[in-house]
Unconditional design. Structure first.
Length: 342
């Protein structure tokens, strides 16, 4: 069966928490708490959009978050007894994750594995993230030694990147029947089984950038995020952050280059603007605001990254707004995590 053969399922459960809402961070905090973690504000800006696809003992979360620090501490572990695994995958943006005190910056497509029985921290300044939650018994049946990979950025192997596989699944998740979700879980656990046998050097190679390159990349990403509406290219970015074009090339090579980063960040900002449910502004106006040259260019980039067009995304949001059944809330998430940990 191919993805195109799968019958359409109901819409995912979503929630947009806008910066204008006084209780937006409180709602987000409660939802994250139901997963067994605490959340803290980063600075004075916060916004989040969350879509969830739940299939029994496998759950996918698709989030865009601005300004949140997520921590799972020993007190949370003792309190809830959760034992699931979860993969966090960066689609784009500025995200730092790992064991507390050993956090690393994620590049687009990077996957980092967490074991809910151990502490973790994930800091999202402005990021586009996919998380897949997996039952412990299913993971360890295929990869019994995977616990040692907690907090590690997983290497990209001969069979392909686990992060890219997860991003492919999320693009099609709204059309998965529950029977196909078991196949997704099998693919993920099989790839983890292959990864767990790698040497420690493989994990160092996965994050093999120098501190200087990381610093330059961060400066470039911040400049890009703050200037999406401008005409951005390698020369402009290099000149603006005070480095040579060749130095910028080396710093951005790990994330696909300047043009790729600009495209991802413009698409992410476009999705965030549409999520705010401004009914009076056209998609074309949003596309122009985030710097795409025209609506066709913006729509192609958006569909390439998210699996549907901006118009389809807006239509789905409007349909969800009518149905309370498709509103994501903490009680529903708590039930999902309880199911995951039986």
């Amino acid at each position: 069966m191919t993805i195109s053969d799968i019958p359409q399922e109901e819409n995912p459960q979503r929630r947009h928490l806008g910066r204008a809402s006084a209780d937006s961070f409180g709602l987000y905090h409660d939802m994250i708490r139901s997963s067994g973690a605490a959340t803290y504000l980063l600075g004075d800006k916060f916004e989040a959009t969350i879509a969830a696809h739940h299939f029994g003992r496998l759950t996918l979360f698709d989030r865009q978050v601005i300004g949140a620090d997520h921590r799972r501490k020993l007190a949370h572990i003792r309190r809830d007894g959760f034992e699931h695994y979860y993969l966090q995958v960066s689609r784009s943006g500025r995200i730092v994750s790992g064991r507390p005190g050993e956090e690393r910056r994620l590049a687009p497509g990077d996957a980092i594995l967490f074991d809910a029985t151990q502490p973790m921290r994930s800091i999202v300044d402005d990021g586009d993230i996919v998380t897949i939650i997996l039952a412990r018994d299913q993971v360890e049946a295929a990869a019994p030694g995977v616990r040692r990979l907690h907090g590690s950025i997983l290497p990209r192997g001969e069979t392909g990147s686990l992060g890219q596989a997860v991003l492919s699944f999320i693009r099609c998740a709204s059309s998965f029947p529950e029977t196909s979700a078991a196949g997704v879980g099998h693919v993920i656990t099989s790839m983890l089984s292959q990864i767990q046998g790698r040497s420690d050097a493989a994990y160092s190679d996965a994050v093999g950038e120098t501190n200087l390159e990381l610093s330059r990349r961060l400066r470039a990403e911040i400049f890009i995020d703050n200037n999406l509406a401008e005409d951005l290219n390698s020369d402009v970015v290099a000149r603006s952050i005070g480095v040579s074009r060749s130095s910028l090339y080396r710093a951005m090579q790990a994330v696909g280059g300047v043009e790729t980063v600009v495209k991802r960040r413009r698409a992410a900002r476009l999705r965030l603007l549409i999520s705010r449910q401004d009914k009076t502004t056209s998609i074309g106006s949003f596309v122009e605001k985030v710097g795409f040259s025209n609506i066709n260019h913006g729509s192609r980039a958006f569909k390439e990254i998210y699996g549907h067009s901006p118009d389809q995304f807006r239509a789905a949001l409007r349909a969800d707004a009518i149905s309370a059944a498709n509103t994501l809330h903490s009680d529903r998430m708590r039930d999902w995590y309880s199911t995951m940990n039986v």
